[in-house]
Design a protein around this ligand. Structure first.
Ligand code: MGD
Ligand code: MGD
Ligand code: SF4
Ligand code: MO
Length: 881
C-alpha cells in the first residue's frame, strides 16, 4: 500500500466558521483531490488538494467549476410513483414487491439492474451483492460496459487479472508517451498536464487519433490513422521492434507465454508499407514513430475510447499489451500500458464485480469462486453464470424477456447505441425504476418509480481512480429534501425483499469493511486485488481515510502475473479487413466528448461558464467534404445512419479526415431538439467484451436550410424544449438562452416569452423581428430572429438579464456606444474570449502561452485552455508571417 506524503486532516471549522473538507472530484477517472470550503447552506469554494497524489493541487475546468453545479435547481427531491409524489415507504415497498413478484412468476433472469461507474464503491457493492447473491442472477451490468470493458477483457487475457499495471508516477518517469484513441487534453486534463510537464523536460509525445484534436496539436507526432486500423499499426510496430532488436528476449523467456507461431504470423503483411497503406498515414511518419518507440524503453502507452469502443476493442487492447510485454516495458518505472478510465468510479465498479461478466472482488464464475463468495455472503441463491451485457440486456428488455429493470446513475435512453430501440424497450418494460439526482432525464421519462438519490457533495463513500488510488468522497452538505444515498436505497429494497440480516448496513463504513474482508477472504495472493487490513479499521478510520493505492506502486514488478502459471500472455491478434464505404452511407461517424461538458450534462449543463466553450452540438466536417456535400460552415445539417438521424450545427474543421464526421455525445431531449448522438451508432459489440463500437458508424449528411434563425433569451427555465427545427439550450448567468431556427411561424416560440412590457421592432425586408420583455424593471426575455439579416453577438444582451437598469438600446442588442464582442470564450476560468486573445497577441506581441497568461490571466488557473491558446498563437503568428 502506498500512502501519499503527510496528509493531515483539515480542521472541520476554520476561524471564519466555514468548514473545510477533503473530497474527490465528481467527474473523471483521474480522481483529483479537492479541498472544499463550505461557505453556506448550499455554497462551496472548490480548490485542488495539494496533498492528493493524483493532482497535487491542480483541477481542470470541470473540477474548478463544481461549485456552480451544487444548487438544487432541477433536482429530484422526493420519490415518485407514476409521476406522483409518494413516501419512501410506499416507493420502496412497491419496488420490492414488483421485483419479488416478477422473480416468483418468471424466475430471477427476468429482472435486471443497469448501474454506473458514477456510483460509489459502497453503492455498487450492495447492488452487486443483492443481484448476484440473493436475487440469484448476474443480470446486473453497468455503463462501464460502454466505457472500458474491452480494457478489462484485454487485461484478463494478457495478465490473468484486471490489473492496471501503471500509476500516475510513471508519467513523471517516462521518456515517451503514446496516446492512442484518447483526447487526453480534454477528457483527462490533469493527467495531460502531468504529461506536458514531462514533455517540457524532454519527453516525446505521439498521438494516434483519426482527428487532429487539441491533444494531437501539441504532440511531437500525430498519426491521423484510418479509424479501426490500430491493430495493424501496433502489429507493424511489434514487427519493427523485432527487426530492430528491441524485443526483451530474457523477459519473454522468464515471464511471458508466447503462442506457437506468434512471430511467424506477425511477419505476414505487417511490413511498414502495408501498414502505412492500411492505416492511411505517411510511411515516413510511421517509420519515425516506430524508430522512436524502439529506441525509448521508458514508454507509457495511454489509451481510452478510441481503442475500447470498437468491435475489435479487446484485440486492440492486446495489441498494446503485446508491445509492452514483448519489449519488457511493464512493471518498471515509466514503462507500462495504461488504460485511463472515464468515470469517477469505473475502477471501483471493477473491484466489486459490477459487470455482468464478473462475480465479485476480482473473482469470476468458476465453481470455486462461486462457492467462496456464496460462503462469504451466506447467500441463498447464487448467480450461476455471467449475466446479460448492456446491449444484450436492453435487447432482452425489448423482447420481453426482462420484465423489471432498475436503472441507477446512468441515462441509457441517451448513452446506449441505437438509443431509439433502447427507448422502445424502456417503454415496453412492465416495470422500470430509475434512481437519479435529477428530476427530468430522458430515461426518467420511462420510469414507473423514480427514486431521489443523494448527489456529489451529499454522499459519503469511496472511489477508485485510473491508477488504483482509492479516495474518499465526503459530504459537504446535508441531504436535501428526501434524497437518500444509493446504498441506502438498495439495502432498503433488499431488506423488504426479505434479506434483513445480509443487508443490515447503517453507514457506508459497514459496507466498506465487508468489501475489504471479501477481497482478502480465502485469498492466498492469487488475487492481487486485496485491500489492506489497515483500511478496515473502525468508523473513525473510515472517516479519516487517506488516498491509498491497492496493488502497490508496481504490481508486476516481480514479473509474476495472475495466471495459473504466473506468466503473462502474448495474444495473437490480426487486423480486421477494412470495410468498403457503402453507397448510401458513404461517411464514417465518430462520436466523443467536449472539454467542458460531462456526458448528458445533468450537472455541467448548469454552469454558464462551462457552456461557453461549445454552446451547441456541432458536426465537424472536413472543409473539402463540406464544399462537396453543399454544407455551409455554421449552417445546419442532418446526420443520418441506418439507426436514426439528428440535426447538428456544421463546423468545418481541417483536422477532420475527409470522409469522416465527428459529433459530441452530450445533448439530450432536455437540452436540444438535435444533437441526439445516441440515436445514431449501431448496436454492434466486441465479441469478447460486449463493448459497443461507438466510434465508427456508416453515415450520410445533408444540409438543412431553415427559413429563419435566432435566439430566445429567458430569465426562467422552460419546461420543454421549444418546438422548432433547431433549439439548443445554453446556460447563461441569471437565465437560459436557446439558439433556435425553424421554418414554421413564430407563434409557438413567442408564446414562450414571459408576461411584461413588450418592446418590439421589425424589418420586413430581412424578415427580422426583435422583441424584448421587461418585467419588474429588468429584462425578463428577448426573442431575436431573422431570415436574411444579421443577429447581434449574444454577450451584451445576456448581461442585461442581471443588469439593474434597462438600457435604451435593448433591441439593437448592444450597449450604447462601442460594441464589445470578445468572441467565443476560450478560457472559462477568467472568462477570456477569442477576439480578446487575438487582439492582445497582436497589440502586445505576445509570443507564448505564458505571455498570454501574464497579459490576460488566460490559461493560468486550471490550464485546460492551454492547448487552445497554443493553437491560436500558431495561427496568429503564421498569419502575421
Ligand atoms: N470533458 C469530459 N471529460 C470526460 C468525459 C466527458 O464526458 N467530458 N467523460 C469521461 C469518460 S466516462 C470517458 S470514458 C473518457 C473518454 O475519454 P476519451 O477516450 O479521451 O474521449 P472520446 O472523445 O470518447 O474519444 C477519444 C478519441 O478517440 C478517437 N478515435 C475514434 N476512433 C478511433 C480509432 O479507430 N483509433 C484511434 N486510435 N482513435 C480513435 C476519437 O477521435 C477521439 O478523439 O472521458 C472522461 N472524461
Ligand atoms: N455515441 C457514444 N455514446 C456513448 C459514448 C461515446 O463515446 N459515444 N461513451 C459511453 C461512455 S464511455 C459512457 S461512460 C456513457 C455515459 O453515459 P451515462 O452514464 O448515461 O451519462 P451520464 O449523463 O453521466 O448519466 C449519469 C446519470 O446519473 C445521475 N447521477 C449523478 N450522480 C448520481 C448519484 O450519485 N446517484 C444516482 N442515482 N444518480 C446520479 C445523473 O444525473 C445522470 O442522469 O456514455 C456512453 N455512450
Ligand atoms: S481531471 Fe478534471 S474532471 Fe477529472 S478528476 Fe480532475 S478535476 Fe475532475
Ligand atoms: Mo466512460
Amino acid at each position: 500500500m502506498s500512502i501519499s506524503p503527510p496528509y493531515p486532516a483539515l480542521p472541520t471549522l476554520s476561524p471564519e466558521g466555514e468548514r473545510a473538507i477533503r473530497t474527490t472530484c465528481a467527474y473523471c477517472g483521474v480522481g483529483c483531490g479537492i479541498r472544499a470550503r463550505v461557505t453556506g447552506e448550499r455554497t462551496v469554494e472548490i480548490a485542488g488538494d495539494p496533498d492528493h497524489p493524483a493532482n497535487r493541487g491542480r483541477l481542470c475546468s470541470k473540477g474548478t467549476h463544481l461549485g456552480e453545479t451544487v444548487g438544487l435547481e432541477g433536482r429530484l427531491l422526493a420519490p415518485m410513483i407514476a409521476g406522483k409524489r409518494a413516501s419512501w415507504d410506499k416507493a420502496l415497498d412497491l419496488v420490492a414487491k414488483r421485483f419479488k413478484e416478477t422473480i416468483a412468476r418468471h424466475g430471477p433472469n427476468s429482472v435486471a439492474f443497469y448501474v454506473s461507474g458514477q456510483l460509489l464503491t459502497e453503492d455498487y457493492y450492495v447492488a452487486n451483492k443483492l443481484m448476484k447473491g440473493f436475487i440469484g442472477t448476474a443480470n446486473i451490468d453497468t455503463n462501464s460496459r460502454l466505457c472500458m470493458s474491452s480494457a478489462v477483457a484485454g487485461h484478463m487475457r494478457a495478465f490473468g487479472e484486471d490489473v492496471v499495471p501503471a500509476t500516475y508516477d510513471d508519467l513523471d518517469a517516462a521518456d515517451l508517451f503514446v496516446l492512442v484513441g484518447s483526447n487526453t487534453a480534454w477528457c483527462h486534463p490533469i493527467v495531460y498536464q502531468r504529461i506536458r510537464a514531462r514533455c517540457e523536460a524532454g519527453a516525446k509525445l505521439v498521438v494516434i487519433d483519426p482527428r487532429r484534436t487539441e491533444t494531437a496539436e501539441e504532440a511531437d507526432l500525430h498519426l491521423p490513422l484510418r479509424p479501426g486500423s490500430d491493430v495493424a499499426l501496433m502489429n507493424g510496430l511489434l514487427r519493427h521492434c523485432r527487426e530492430a532488436g528491441a524485443i526483451d528476449e530474457a523477459y519473454l523467456a522468464a515471464h511471458v507465454a508466447v503462442p506457437q507461431d506468434f512471430w511467424n504470423q506477425l511477419g505476414e503483411g505487417n511490413d511498414l508499407w502495408s501498414v502505412a497503406r492500411t492505416c492511411d498515414v505517411p510511411a515516413a511518419d510511421l517509420r519515425h514513430f516506430y524508430e522512436l518507440f524502439a529506441a525509448t524503453p521508458r514508454t507509457v502507452t495511454l489509451f481510452s475510447q478510441g481503442i475500447n469502443q470498437s468491435t475489435a476493442g479487446t484485440d486492440q487492447v492486446n495489441a498494446i499489451t503485446n508491445l509492452h510485454l514483448a519489449t519488457g516495458r511493464i512493471g518498471k518505472p515509466g514503462a507500462a500500458p495504461f488504460s485511463i478510465t472515464g468515470q469517477p468510479n469505473a475502477m471501483g465498479g471493477r473491484e466489486v464485480g459490477g459487470l455482468a461478466s464478473t462475480l465479485a472482488a476480482h473473482m469470476d464464475f468458476a465453481p470455486e469462486n462461486r462457492a467462496r463468495v456464496q460462503r462469504f455472503w451466506a447467500a441463498p441463491t447464487m448467480a450461476e453464470k455471467p449475466g446479460l451485457k448492456a446491449v444484450d440486456m436492453f435487447r432482452a428488455i425489448g423482447e420481453g424477456r426482462i420484465k423489471a429493470l432498475w436503472v441507477m446513475a446512468t441515462n441509457p435512453a441517451v448513452s446506449m447505441p441505437d438509443a431509439n430501440r433502447v427507448r422502445e424497450a424502456l417503454a415496453a418494460c412492465p416495470f422500470v425504476v430509475v434512481s437519479d439526482v435529477i428530476e427530468r432525464t430522458d430515461t426518467g421519462a420511462f420510469a414507473h418509480v423514480r427514486l431521489p438519490a443523494a448527489a456529489w457533495g451529499e454522499k459519503e463513500g469511496t472511489v477508485t481512480g485510473s491508477d488504483r488510488m482509492i479516495s474518499r468522497q465526503r459530504a459537504l452538505f446535508a441531504l436535501p429534501g428526501e434524497a437518500m444515498p444509493d446504498w441506502w436505497i438498495v439495502k432498503e429494497v433488499a431488506r423488504r425483499m426479505g434479506w434483513k440480516n445480509a443487508f443490515a448496513y447503517d453507514r457506508p463504513a459497514d459496507i466498506w469493511r465487508e468489501h475489504c474482508r471479501l477481497s482478502n477472504y480465502d485469498n492466498d495472493g492469487a488475487r492481487r486485488f486485496a485491500l489492506p487490513g489497515a483500511a478496515q479499521g473502525g468508523n473513525a478510520a473510515y472517516d479519516a481515510m487517506k488516498p491509498f493505492r491497492w496493488g502497490g506502486d508496481r504490481p508486476f514488478a516481480d514479473g509474476r502475473f495472475s495466471t495459473g502459471d504466473g506468466r503473462a500472455r502474448l495474444v495473437a491478434v490480426a487486423q480486421k479487413a477494412m470495410p468498403e464505404p457503402l453507397v448510401q452511407w458513404p461517411l464514417t461517424l465518430n462520436t466523443g466528448r467536449y472539454r467542458d461538458q460531462w456526458h448528458s450534462m445533468t450537472r455541467t449543463g448548469l454552469a454558464p461558464k462551462l457552456a461557453r466553450h461549445r454552446e451547441e452540438p456541432l458536426v465537424e466536417v472536413h472543409p473539402d467534404d463540406g464544399a462537396r456535400l453543399g454544407l455551409t460552415d455554421g449552417g445546419l445539417a442532418r446526420v443520418e445512419t441506418p439507426q436514426g438521424d439528428s440535426l447538428y450545427r456544421v463546423a468545418f474543421h481541417a483536422g477532420q479526415r475527409p470522409g469522416e464526421l465527428f459529433v459530441p455525445i452530450h445533448w439530450t431531449d432536455r437540452t436540444a431538439s438535435g444533437g441526439r448522438t445516441g440515436l445514431l451508432p449501431r448496436p454492434l459489440v466486441d465479441p469478447l467484451s460486449g463493448q459497443p463500437g461507438f466510434k465508427r458508424t456508416p453515415a450520410s449528411i445533408s444540409a438543412v436550410t431553415p427559413k429563419w434563425r435566432g435566439f430566445l433569451l429567458l430569465a426562467h427555465e422552460l419546461a420543454e424544449t421549444p418546438r422548432c427545427l433547431w433549439a439548443t439550450r445554453v446556460a447563461v448567468p441569471a437565465g437560459v438562452m436557446w439558439e433556435i431556427a425553424g421554418n414554421g411561424d413564430l407563434k409557438t416560440i413567442e408564446a414562450l416569452l414571459p408576461k411584461g412590457e413588450r418592446i418590439e421592432a421589425q424589418d420586413a425586408a430581412r424578415g427580422t423581428r426583435r422583441i424584448a420583455i421587461v418585467a419588474g424593471g429588468r429584462l425578463a426575455g428577448a426573442l431575436f430572429v431573422t431570415e436574411t439579416g444579421e443577429l447581434p453577438p449574444r454577450d451584451w444582451l445576456i448581461a442585461q438579464l442581471s443588469a439593474p437598469d434597462i438600457a435604451p438600446t435593448l433591441l439593437a442588442g448592444r450597449a450604447p456606444g462601442a460594441q464589445i464582442d470578445r468572441g467565443p470564450v476560450i478560457c472559462v476560468c477568467f472568462d477570456v474570449g477569442l477576439k480578446t486573445i487575438v487582439a492582445a497577441i497582436r497589440d502586445q506581441s505576445l509570443a507564448d502561452v505564458a505571455a498570454i497568461g501574464g497579459a490576460l490571466g488566460a490559461g493560468t488557473n486550471c490550464g485546460s485552455c492551454r492547448p487552445a491558446l497554443a493553437r491560436i498563437l500558431t495561427e496568429e503568428t503564421s498569419d502575421a508571417a
